[in-house]
Design a protein around this ligand. Structure first.
Ligand code: ATP
Ligand code: MG
Length: 601
């Protein structure tokens, strides 16, 4: 391609809305253009990158025996009602764009395709003889994200590879899951990315596990906790660890104490000269279930520990049937305004005990009349602990479970953090890193097939629900993540495998016939042997051309300049800025070798 014929516009200044380097660079180098919040045009250079990523993804998927297909983006609401996700996706999370057609039928723009594929499987898979089977697609997804940002990283319209496998038993599902682990590792390695596979939260769906593939980068929205020995890595949402040991309590008898102005753990510990590890902290949450019931949740946890919101949400979802509900619409820490909607009298905030009486809840309101009381494992082991006295300005000390306080339902909802000891080996400390989630593989089990009646006939002639796995890669997010991992002050440094072009030829002086002639000849020959080459034949100064080539990040730059006098051209490697003079007749074979070497990985 000739730059003179391309829609090639580079910007000197960073776009005002861009916060992270990869977003700034992709806009400045003319790869993407913002059309609206979380909506981008992929310009020709970007489209080539996306197609290269897609092709790597496709090759690795096909190698596992998965088959490519294309599912509809327009999805009838009925399917989502059958799976029970219509309300969650349109109301609770509100992530799905819903619309109506001219006959007033509800439809949605697909944020994901479990419902569609399960419908296909239900209709077409009859017998164990057809199993296992794995279909995937590479397609645009729509999600009404709360905070679209960082360019293609979190868009409202983005490209995903999503695959769904169907099996007769869990063993077969696990085998495909392992194949996907390998395929995803290959995709990322081939795309030139440094990544880490981590244990991930599989939400309330359960199943026997899920892993996320994280591209390591400071700008990552996810926190990963891992150990140096390589034995453990997990998303912080899922991570487990051993908390530091609690200090022995200095209080030997149960007593109520006046502790004025101590509504935080820090203040009460200072006042009572005790460690936060001797305190039982009680945190109040308000959760709304999908049937409209509000339940007030009182969580007790050791004073030095924090609550992991994802783990709490999973526990509350598990308890939904207790309130005749299926799922959760929202969990919040009630502020003054929301307290006023259900509190019968003013709460002793900062001084709450695990046994705060239910009489605080105004039963006239549409609120469940009893607190749901949960206690984290860390608080259960404490002896002679400190906690609130349910009265402003007072705490109790020397308290014990089973004596002053009934033991609530025990759960594990503590947040693991960097510095904690690892469970597999307490000598190992958890370390923290930032990651960009580019892929997620998931053993779904029979959740969707059961809900939607997708069954198959076993060799014994019995009807059983299909076992299912799902596997996603954010193609557009991955492409941008590559930039986030590889750039310098001058611009993007693409890994050769996903660069839009391998090489760019710059003609320093377009009025010099010899320069133009050599450039044209190399341009034709390089492209002929498969070295994808751009020709900068614009009427611009050499300096402008070099700057643009660096910004756009093409791996090899060929300059038909001064060296021509010796029958040579200058070749500069973008990543290292290493420059060589190579004889004109050797340029094509040299470049071809370099590119082939890079693509071998
Ligand atoms: P996140 O936690 O980042 O929102 P997710 O858990 O919603 O991701 P999945 O539903 O598992 O993501 O989707 C599979 C992949 O699609 C993700 O691993 C990610 O790479 C990509 N992806 C998800 N949401 C977006 C988005 N809004 N923009 C770009 N890519 C996305
Ligand atoms: Mg998401």
């Amino acid at each position: 391609m000739r730059l003179s014929k391309m829609l090639f516009v580079t910007l000197r200044d960073d776009p005002a809305d861009a916060e992270i380097p990869s977003h700034k660079l992709l806009v400045r180098a003319g790869y993407i253009r913002r059309i609206g919040s979380g909506i981008y045009a992929y310009l020709p250079l970007m489209w080539r990158v996306l197609q290269k990523v897609s092709q790597i993804v496709r090759e690795e998927m096909n190698a596992t025996g998965a088959q490519e297909c294309l599912l509809p983006q327009l999805q009838p609401a009925e399917l989502w009602k059958e799976s029970g996700r219509w309300d969650t996706y349109t109301k609770a999370e509100g992530i799905m764009f819903a619309l109506g057609d001219r006959r007033e039928q509800d439809l949605a723009l697909g944020p994901t395709h479990e419902e569609v594929i399960t419908t296909v499987a239900r209709d077409m898979i009859r017998s164990y003889r057809q199993l296992p089977i794995h279909l995937y697609q590479i397609q645009t997804k729509f999600r009404d994200e709360i905070r679209p940002r960082f360019g293609l990283m979190r868009g409202r319209e983005f490209i995903m590879k999503d695959g769904y496998s169907f099996h007769g038993d869990e063993e077969s599902l696990q085998a495909t899951y392992q194949d996907m682990y390998t395929a995803y590792s290959n995709m990322l390695r081939r795309s030139g990315l440094a990544f880490r596979a981590v244990q991930a939260d599989s939400g309330a769906i359960g199943g026997s596990g899920s892993q996320e593939f994280m591209v390591l980068a400071e700008a990552g929205e996810d926190e990963v906790l891992y150990t140096e020995d390589g034995q453990y890595a997990a998303n912080v949402e899922k991570a487990v660890s051993l908390p530091v040991d609690a200090e022995a309590s200095s209080f030997t008898s149960y007593e109520k104490k006046s502790t004025p102005g101590t509504e935080t753990i820090e203040k009460v510990c200072h006042y009572l000269k005790c460690s936060p590890t001797q305190v039982v902290k009680n945190v109040l949450y308000e959760t709304i279930y999908d049937n409209g019931t509000t339940v007030l949740v009182l969580v007790s946890i050791r004073g030095d520990q924090e609550i992991n919101d994802v783990k709490l949400q999973n526990e509350l979802t598990k308890l939904a049937p207790q309130y005749k509900a299926k799922t959760i619409l929202a969990i919040t820490i009630p502020n003054t305004e929301s307290q006023s909607t259900w509190a019968a009298k003013s709460l002793p905030l900062g001084y709450i005990a695990p046994d705060l009486v239910d009489a605080y809840i105004d039963t006239k309101k549409q609120v469940h009349g009893k607190f749901l009381r949960l206690v984290d494992k860390t608080a259960i082991d404490l002896k002679d602990f400190v906690t609130g006295a349910n009265e402003s300005g007072y705490h109790v000390v020397g308290a014990n479970w089973g004596e002053q306080f009934k033991i609530p339902e025990i759960v594990d909802i503590r947040k693991a953090k960097a510095g904690d000891r690892a469970v597999h080996n307490p000598e190992q400390k958890l370390q923290s890193a930032r990651g960009i989630e580019v892929g997620h593989i998931f053993q779904l089990g029979i959740k969707y097939s059961q809900a939607m009646g997708a069954t198959y006939t076993t060799p014994e002639g019995k009807d059983e629900p299909l076992w299912m796995g799902c596997y996603g890669v954010g193609v557009s997010r991955l492409a941008q993540a590559a930039v986030e991992q590889s750039y310098d002050k001058d611009g993007i440094i693409w890994p050769v495998a996903i660069a839009p072009y391998h090489a760019i030829i710059c003609i320093p002086n377009i009025n010099d016939g010899k320069q133009v002639e050599v450039a044209e000849q190399l341009y034709t020959e390089l492209n002929k042997v498969g070295v994808e080459t751009l020709l900068d034949d614009r009427k611009e100064r050499a300096g402008v051309k070099f700057k643009d080539a660096d910004l756009v990040g093409i791996p090899y730059r060929i300059v038909t300049g001064k060296a021509l006098a010796n029958g040579k051209v200058e070749v500069v490697k973008r990543a290292s800025k290493e420059s060589d003079e190579i004889a004109i007749e050797e340029v094509v074979s040299t470049l071809k070798n370099w590119v082939e070497e890079e693509l071998k990985v």
